[in-house]
Every structure is written in C-alpha cells, then in structure tokens.
Design a protein around this ligand. Structure first.
Ligand SMILES: *Cc1c(COP(=O)(O)O)cnc(C)c1O
Length: 229
C-alpha cells in the first residue's frame, strides 16, 4: 500500500473513534510528507529538531508539527516560532525554557507532559510523582506562555498484550486523576497521546485519543547505527 492509502485507511479508522492521528515522519523525506499531506494529513511528528526545521521550511505552512522526542533546552528556540505541540516535556527546566521562548515569540505553546510508563530504563519521561510535583510547584503557576494540554506516554517495546494494556490503563487512570485535581475547569486539558504502529489499537481501547504512527504509514525506518558483528 502507498503512503496515501495508509493515511486514508488510518484516517477512516481514527476519525470514527474520535482519535487524532499524528503521522510520524522522522527519517522520511519531505516528498514522503508531501504525499501524506496530499492525502489529507496535516499533523506530523518529528523527534529531531534540525530535521523538523528543514521540513517545516520546505513544506506547506498549514502543517501542524509535533515534537515527540526528547528535546534539549538549547534547541527549543529553533522550533518555538512554529511548533504546534511539544509532546515530550520531561522536566521543569524544559517547560521554563519553552515558556521563555513562547514569550519571545508572543505565543502560548501547547505541551504534553511525557509520563514514564514503560518497564525500560532508556525512555525519557516524568514519574507520576514528579508530574504531580511539577503541577503543584509555584514556578509552574507563573508560566504564562505554555499550556499543558494533556499527557503522553510510550509503552514498553513488547508483544505482551497484557503488559501493554496495563501500561496504557495506568496512564489513562493518571490522566483522569490529574484532570480532576488540576484542570477540572480547563476544557483544553483533553489530550492523552499513547499508541504507535505496533500498539495503537490497544492504546485506543484503553482511552487514548491521540496516536503517533510512523512505520505503518511510511514503511520501516532505516536504522542509522548498527553493531559490529
Ligand atoms: C518513532 C516514534 C513513534 C512512531 O513509531 P512507529 O513504531 O514507527 O509507529 C511514536 N512515538 C514516538 C515518541 C516515536 O519516537
């Protein structure tokens, strides 16, 4: 199936479930993004700042770009003028820098707190207690140029359905708790981003309303580093 076919079938599936589809175009060419765009897709996710900026410059300006990978504070300035959402907020220091760059660009930048749900040591993210601490903090209340729209999580890279379901459910329960405790009156706190190519169906069944899908749309990515063997 072509990129356009993949977009169309995923769109049909997600629209009927009121789930937002982020097409993850990391490592793929601007031409690949354009093909998805021509099939009607407008939301794209990238994890490398430089790659996103290059694509942003080449491609139609009504694309909404989502940062989905770990973001270094010194790189926020490059995406602050145009980014639609930063899904990978994993520290107060980063949120403060996003706020500062939002102020400079006279805009409010939408963010998700990335929550650590995987049973792996390599993934970035805030623990449940760290997220609560951030939301309680006095610094957070002073930030006027960021808006926390919800939570993002990456499940363990496993085929074990029960484990995936448990991790997604944990994030959904936490989301509901955070919403009730901190954002009860804010309709804009509405996004729970979980699920990728291999697990988005399970994530949706557990309450995800935003999925980030790369290889199912664009095909496998070439792995840029390899082991000597
Ligand atoms: C690469 C990536 C995805 C998409 O992964 P696929 O398995 O290709 O769908 C989703 N979320 C994040 C954070 C990613 O880095």
């Amino acid at each position: 199936m072509s990129i356009a076919d993949n977009i169309k079938s995923l769109k049909t599936e997600t629209t009927s479930k009121k789930v937002t589809l982020i097409a993850v175009s990391k490592t793929k060419t601007a031409a690949d993004v354009q093909e998805a765009y021509d099939a009607g897709q407008r939301l794209f996710g990238e994890n490398m700042v430089q790659e996103m900026v290059e694509k942003y410059e080449q491609l139609p300006k009504d694309i909404e770009w989502h940062q989905i990978g770990h973001l270094q504070t010194n790189k926020v300035k490059y995406i602050a003028p145009f980014i639609s959402m930063i899904q990978s907020v994993d520290s107060m220091k980063l949120l403060q820098e996003i706020n500062k760059q939002g102020e400079k660009n006279k805009r409010v930048i939408d963010c998700l707190l990335q929550i650590y749900i995987a049973d792996e040591e390599t993934k970035y993210g805030l623990g449940f207690d760290e997220a609560i601490e951030l939301l309680w903090s006095e610094e957070y209340i002073t930030l006027k140029n960021v808006r926390i729209r919800g939570l993002m999580g990456i499940a363990t890279n496993t085929d074990l359905e029960k484990q995936l379901r448990d991790e997604f459910q944990e994030l959904k329960v936490f989301f509901d708790g955070v919403k009730a405790s901190f954002f009860r009156k804010e309709d804009s706190f509405d996004t729970i981003s979980m699920g990728m190519s291999s697990d988005y169906e399970l994530a949706i069944a557990q309450g995800s309303n935003m999925i980030r899908v790369g290889s199912t749309i664009f095909g496998d990515r070439v792995i840029k580093h390899f082991k000597n063997n």
